[in-house]
Ligand binder design. Sequence first.
Ligand code: SF4
Length: 407
Amino acid sequence: MKITELECKVANGDRINAEEARALYRDAPTHVLGGLANGIRRRKHPDSTVTYIIDRNVNYTNVCVAKCNFCAFYREVGSAEGYVLATEEIFRKIDETIEVGGVQLLLQGGHNPDLPLEWYEDLFRAVKARYPEFRLHALSPPEVIHISRMSRLDVGEVIDRLIAAGLDSIPGGGAEILVDRVRRLLHCYDKATADEWLDVMRQAHRRGLRTTATMMYGTVETPAERIEHMMRVRDLQDETGGFTAFITWSYQPEHTELGGFEATGVEYLRTLAIARIVLDNFDSLQASWVTQGGKVGQLSLAFGANDMGSVMIEENVVRAAGASYCMDEVEIVRNVEDAGFVAKRRNMHYDILGDPFFRAHEVKRMLQLSTARQAGDTSVPSELVNYPARSAAGKKQRSQPPTSPVA
Ligand code: SF4
């Protein structure tokens, strides 16, 4: 089929197949792709609203046995730079989040062999006991699989226990590219195969949890494999309807074992646009300003995105790989409104919570994203002694007196 025929097909609201998506992604001029994606966004969100959420992106540990070669964030078991956050540190982060209008934590971390399922359950219960209305968007599918393997429970049982402890939804991290050839090359096949990632989401959706789907592109995959990834999440969305949104971002190469170059802004916008076209059963697509910066983030609103993602407050993973963009609520709203849209706060289910928080409250400007810990803080949470460690380094650490966090 010619590109002009595919344009008509998409403009008419018809679904395209993988071959057609590959042709559009490869051959359609960028303005055509953007125009088609923008048309879909306008059909799905005719009221010119662009949403965002105020939340905090907290990484509870950087210790990880998965060792993905595109990751600059993780530290090996026993590393002096490895950390686990104390419950009190997480409470402090939640207090700061609520102060600026935040409603949830995006809580993700490394695959730490010394944190058993009970540690997560106790943390979630403690958060919910202290902040009953606060939401936990926590533990990507590979983390759920890691906990399931460590606890020798099946994935469904782990999800049930986490829901009982306070889990509200699952973020779509760890998807990278849902093609096993690529996952093997990225050393992330062992943490979760494509089928395993999708099955965690399927099981979460069956239990009533809403989740997001992501795609990190620009490592070793082909354009056809990006389309295959989109087809796989579209199929699962047809089956369950449980995804709230799709988020794509480019691989950040600095300080990684894999190295290489970051994809350009145009490649990002083309990828976002083709995702908007392919994922006809997704209501929302987020702009990834954290990896692309505010200016490309703003342009994303003309290439299919209807959501600016999260104010974020804190970021550790992307920063470790070289990107350090920061936008507080004021800056996000400025970008949204300058592009001709109406900015509204939302929750994890994309329900509108209201107008920008800073317009009705005194909020300090945030010109830099926080980090997990202050530099030089090597404290070990005292409560870790309550949980058995598996690794030799973890056992040794827990036999020593605990140290307090830096005040
Ligand atoms: S991407 Fe996640 S699972 Fe992979 S090494 Fe980094 S922290 Fe570990």
